[in-house]
Write a protein that binds this ligand. Structure first.
Ligand code: SAH
Length: 266
């Protein structure tokens, strides 16, 4: 429903830029980027991807690196709405997949409230690419019957609990239903996550942490659940990284031979 009297002139597309490697963009994403007159770009989107944009396109960096700490979400949405009403072809470029964390869902809702329907182009989500980059399948008949993508940094503040993720319940479920856990935004809270997951999973459950997945400077560690926080600290891993927990990783540490140590960061 268009609640505004202003007619909608332009178009808006939320585009998943994938985990980092420009070759992991979809053809649809490249076409949308090439058609855009205005691009609103998140931090985790690499410059090589922006090379697909038209030379006269207006590129606005709205992530933390753009200037101040981080552009407020409401401001980004206002920019999108204004540009669409001015007749621009707007692309909102988001890391990974637009609908896996990263607030893509909220953006679509808020634009809809302003009478603007956004198209959405999937991207390869970081958790998927990170695990594949290690040569590990997220599911494998012998080890896992499913996978859970979960945030380690759930919404806090008014109306939300401090830590709404019930890690103990998740651990029990992962154990009983044989699920792989892929934890986004979890590195800063790894100590807490490790402690809580140990209520339902054994200390020798394989764990990997992958930073900058699919980029030339990718690093990872392979360890066990009871060594998660210690190994993250030792290796100095930080955001952006995903933590992967589950038996699909069995054999990864053994496979990382000394000759691979640099490449794998182990
Ligand atoms: N929509 C994105 C996720 C946004 S939340 C997606 O689908 O991938 C941001 C988090 O994603 C980061 O904190 C990190 O946990 C993860 N992430 C994004 N890019 C990553 C990368 N190249 N390597 C590892 N983790 C990444």
């Amino acid at each position: 429903m268009n609640t505004s009297s202003t007619p909608i002139a332009g178009r808006c597309t939320l585009v998943g830029a994938g985990p980092g490697d420009p070759e992991l963009l979809t053809v649809k994403a490249v076409k949308a980027i090439q058609a855009a007159t205005v691009l609103l770009v998140d931090d985790l989107v690499s410059e090589e991807i922006l090379a697909y944009a038209r030379p006269d396109a207006r590129i606005v960096h709205v992530g933390k690196r753009g200037g101040c700490k981080s552009t407020p979400q409401a401001f980004i949405e206002r920019l999108m709405i204004t540009a669409v009403r001015e007749g621009e072809t707007v692309v909102r470029l988001k890391g990974g997949d637009p609908f896996i964390f990263g607030r893509g869902g909220e953006e679509v809702e808020h634009l809809r409230e302003a009478g603007i329907e956004c198209a959405v182009v999937n991207g390869i989500t970081a958790g998927l690419a990170a695990v594949t980059s290690l040569g590990v399948p997220l599911t494998h008949r012998d080890h896992a019957q499913g996978v859970v993508f979960v945030t380690g940094h759930a919404k806090t503040g008014a109306g939300a609990q401090e830590d709404p993720t019930d890690w103990r319940a998740l651990a029990a479920m992962a154990h009983n239903a044989r699920l792989t856990l892929v934890i986004y935004m979890g590195v800063a809270g790894a100590r807490h996550i490790e402690r809580e997951l140990l209520y339902g999973l054994s200390g020798d459950t394989p764990v990997a942490v992958v930073q900058h997945a699919t980029l030339p400077h990718q690093r990872h560690i392979a360890t066990t659940l009871d060594g998660l926080q210690a190994r993250i600290a030792e290796a100095g891993l930080a955001s952006p990284a995903v933590i992967v927990v589950g038996d699909v990783l069995r054999g990864l540490a053994a496979a990382a031979l000394p000759a691979d140590a640099d490449r794998f960061g182990t």
